[in-house]
Ligand binder design. Structure first.
Ligand SMILES: [Zn+2]
Length: 475
């Protein structure tokens, strides 16, 4: 201020009007250096504020110092981030009246920006540490210390990865006020500092579920049909798992088999987030129709309310590993002749995991020159399954196994010419075709759940059929 007074005292000695103007302009710049900086800062916060607002939209409960309405009130002249320089200002300031106006506006602006924070987004660089980033953000040592004391901040911020972003807000005085860090597409860590101190919380977006319909007819194979219907690999596998007790996805699918599903999609702020559960599905395999409805217990039941889970999987090999063949006639790998075959051969890559078709006890895990490495599982007095030519056995004789447990890997051991799994299904001592054998009925849904399930099932299967009709009509 002393300087200014000196300048003012000097003024009367200068008689040229232009010089007066020049000095006055210089005066503004000298007297209000902070204001200039803040004006430009403010303009910057205007820009980052707009970006920040998008983030704010995502969080439903965060309150912020930002207020869009307030920002819109900032005079247009001050929305440019370019700080005023004497070169650019002088030509405009050619009379006293004009000179006064900016001062008023700067004062108004000064009053306004008290409520406004400046937010900047810092991107984590390769090799960056939190300390380095905080230094770039010009946070005080106290802020850094206090923030890293907070448990959630400690957990999440100390392992930041390149490309992640940390948003830091400061008051017009340059004091840290808020830090935001997106933990995932749904959750944001928010650290606020106010008079009471530092406080952290995780703000979650509200997730909205919508249902989507998809259907396809198999022309080449199930995988391609699924992809063609817009399903993700994960959804295709889920679908095969849901029907894995009824359909042998490795060997039983045929051209013109078809499926329809209704599944959930999750959105946050209207933006797609991820796929949810399959809610209902229908699969028509060689003319047989299978249905599945997801109930509130997370399990799937047929539309009549029978559990999809059964005592035996139709196939001990995941379909995705099997070279699918629609040819029902098979040549025995050794003799090359079609012959009565006591089991089913699954041709797949060596090392493909082989699953126990049902729970039971391993009654044999051994090697001989015909079977190679082989495993026999006794499920109960009625059922036994056999797995031959394994590369590796992963279970021991006498061991209990769960349904779906990996018991070994597909190989080419014993009397074979090519790698395959030879699988036998024995019912009361007689070899049966595991793909067609009638198996015990699965358990129905609990009686007390039945009315609620049937109501749900009726509704969602009707929706599925309706969607199917619409799609057929549109083709
Ligand atoms: Zn065989």
């Amino acid at each position: 201020m002393g300087k200014v007074i000196t300048l003012l005292k000097l003024l009367p000695k200068m008689h040229q009007i232009l010089l007066t103007v020049l000095v006055s302009v210089t005066l503004i710049i000298l007297v209000l250096p902070a204001d200039d900086a803040q004006a430009s800062k403010n303009a910057n916060s205007q820009l980052s504020g707009t970006i920040e607002l998008n983030h704010l939209d995502e969080s439903t409960t965060t309150t912020s110092e930002f207020n869009n309405q307030d920002k819109l009130k900032v005079p247009l002249a001050f929305r440019t981030p370019t700080p005023p320089s004497s070169a650019s200002v002088i030509p405009k300031m050619n009379d006293e009246a004009n000179l006064v106006k900016p001062e008023v506006s700067i004062a108004a602006l000064r009053a306004e920006k008290v409520e406004q924070d400046h937010t900047e987004t810092f991107k984590v660089k390769s090799g960056d540490t939190l300390a380095a980033l905080f230094k770039r953000a010009d946070l005080s040592a106290r802020d850094v210390y206090e923030i890293t004391l907070l448990p959630k901040a400690k957990k999440h911020l100390l392992k930041i990865m390149p490309g992640q972003e940390i948003m830091i807000s400061k008051s017009s005085e340059g004091e840290f006020t808020q830090l935001k860090f997106h933990l995932d597409p749904v959750s944001t860590l928010v650290i606020n500092k106010d008079d009471k101190g530092y406080e952290e919380k995780v703000v979650n977006k509200q997730i909205e579920s919508r249902t989507k319909f998809a259907s396809a007819t198999i022309s080449s194979n199930f995988w391609n049909a699924g992809v063609g219907a817009g399903l993700t690999p994960n959804q295709i596998m889920q679908l095969a798992t849901i029907f894995g007790w009824d359909i042998d996805f490795a060997l039983d699918l045929r051209k013109d088999d078809n499926f329809s599903i209704i599944f959930e999609e999750e959105f946050a702020d209207g933006k797609f987030l991820r796929n949810g559960n399959i809610l209902a599905a229908e699969f028509v395999n060689q003319g047989d129709r299978y249905t599945a409805v997801r109930y509130t217990d997370g399990n799937y039941y047929s539309e009549e309310g029978r559990s999809m889970r059964k005592a035996f999987l139709r196939s001990p090999v995941d379909f995705k590993y099997v070279s699918s063949s629609f040819n029902p006639k098979r040549l025995h790998p050794v003799t090359g002749q079609v012959r009565a075959h006591r089991g089913v051969d699954y041709v797949a890559a060596v090392g493909t995991p082989i699953k126990a078709a049902g729970k039971g006890r391993v009654i044999k895990s051994a090697y001989n020159k015909y079977n190679g490495n082989y495993v026999f599982i006794k499920h109960n007095d009625t059922y036994t399954t056999k797995y031959l030519h394994l590369k590796k056995r992963k279970v021991k004789q006498g061991q209990s196994v769960k349904q779906g447990q990996i018991i070994g890997t597909l190989g080419a051991t014993g009397r074979v010419t090519g790698a395959h799994l030879h699988y036998e299904f024995i019912v009361n001592g007689t070899h049966r075709n595991p793909r067609t054998v009638k198996l015990p009925k699965s358990l129905p849904i609990a009686n007390k759940e039945k009315p609620a399930f049937l109501a749900l099932s009726k509704q969602i299967m009707a929706k599925l059929q309706q969607n199917k009709q619409v799609q057929l009509a549109s083709q």
